[in-house]
Design a binder for this molecule. Sequence first.
Ligand code: AMP
Length: 605
Amino acid sequence: MATLVINCGSSSLKYAVFDNKEALITSGKHERLVVNPDTGESHGEAVTSILEKCRAYEITGIGHRVVHGGDRFHQANLINDEVLAAIEEFIPAAPMHNPYSLAAIRAAQKAWPDVPHVAVFDTSFHSRMPRRAYTYAIDHTIAEKHNIRRFGFHGISHQYAAGVAAGFLQRPMDELRLITLHLGNGASASAVEFGCSTETSMGNTPLEGLVMGTRSGDVDAGVLMNLLRTGEFDVESLDNMLNRKSGLAGLSGISNDLRELETAAADGNKQARLAINVFAHRARKYIGAYAATMGGVDALVFTGGIGENSASMRARILQRLEFMGVMIDEDKNLDASIQADNQFAVISTPNSRVDVIVVKTNEELMIARETQKVAAAQKKSAVAASAIDEIELPPIPIAVSARHCHLTAETFAALFGEDAEPTPLKDLSQPGQYACEEKVTLIGPRNKLEGVRLLGPLRNVDQVEIARTDEFRLGVDAPVRNSGQVSGSAPITLEGPAGIVNLTEGLICARRHIHMHPDDAALYGVQDKDEVSIAIVGGDRDLIFGDVLIRVKESYKLEMHIDTDEGNAAELGRAASGELNQSDIDEPADDDIYRNVAIGKKLEL
Ligand code: AMP
């Protein structure tokens, strides 16, 4: 049983075959496709020749790398008509990639009609960036009309590198804040915050951000308008200049290959030296920025041709980051030659607060993994679909959670007095949890929010959960986090009858999630930390919430929690509460913490 990976570029097509234990069986590359009329080889023909070479293997799934899936796909997807249409729709945004991917997919579907074909997108890993990170500050009506927002690219490599780093640190990715730097001919940085990319340097196109081999990265848009006004440039020549004649190549006037620039710089070439300095400075600037947006960083991860191979570029980028707790072992950095079978090397000192890890990227393996996952899920859902006729899955009660707080004994005492105890008001649906009589006032830089209810019992860590609109009222930026992930979250001041407490962190927008008992999880065929989509069937509007986290515990009772903004978006007003299939709070009071409003039905994993 083997998985075939097809990685289609504009003029090349790489393929790799992995067995189901992730061992590489064979791989190859077809180059100079289409662009070279002498070879006459096209992407479709290249696929046919791969078919010949792979006859010996029992191919059970085929993964296709697709550069642009926009914001549509949070993960790899089984290729169906909708996926094909989306790849086509994003051709104008990725004219050098998506058309060739489509050609290769169609040829492969013809060659292997009976196996699942899976699209693995470069954009998926970034598709959950918060709105404030992906929005450009331009006229929003124009942005909406033309879908101008940041998408980010290189997601497969960022996700892979982050996964390897987490493996080395022996901690789950959803506990870590990582900055991944994919530095190759194309280059981008990503802030990987608790398993999600929350910032990345490439934007609407792969032109923005870091200095690249031939691409400029960040440039003031005013410069482009001025160049157009000179009459020396039109759109095409500007495109050519920024995408093909800039970056290391344009700056140095020598080459896009850092190896050549390092040699020239050693020989005293000033432009080569400048190119290297600009490249390193830009990367260092993004590291600082992403440490700030995440509120801290556990590890820096280097990958890509330059990130893996250039010790001097790594050293240059990491200069003067000691203030952030980055300590580099010079010898380890020099020795970090990453051999094909060496997945990673650590180049920080043991006492460095931030680990620095060099990872050999392996996009093909990542694509194979994702393909196997999607193919397995498809098999499972086909079985489930046939069983669904027999068992009607129960709907999932949905509760809108009002803003609330969980406090430590110490914070509680400071707010309500040394001798005070939380006063239970009523039990909540999750066993052992209760709403308390006590309320606090949240004080933000802009405004106050009064009457924020305490939930019991007291906890080990302070956590205040608000909705997006509350952020604006308070004048703070709170990250979207799973409950318990407060490290590096926003600060907030709490006021109670006995005093004021300034929390340096603890304020979050809770990510929507479903509590499940293990029996529920088995029934729905999901596991802890899975992400699912839920269709809302009780509100005035049809709505699907994607990206819903499953949380499974013995003590949990089946219930989905969304915040007030999400409830409002789905128009799950009080009128909808007649649709309830269950309510755990009897009194119609404004201080309800979890208000059951509708039911959802599981859609897809
Ligand atoms: P990629 O696009 O990830 O394959 O990276 C290719 C780029 O990595 C090349 O254009 C070089 O600039 C750079 N590179 C590869 N090997 C080295 C090396 N040993 N030293 C410096 N740069 C390197």
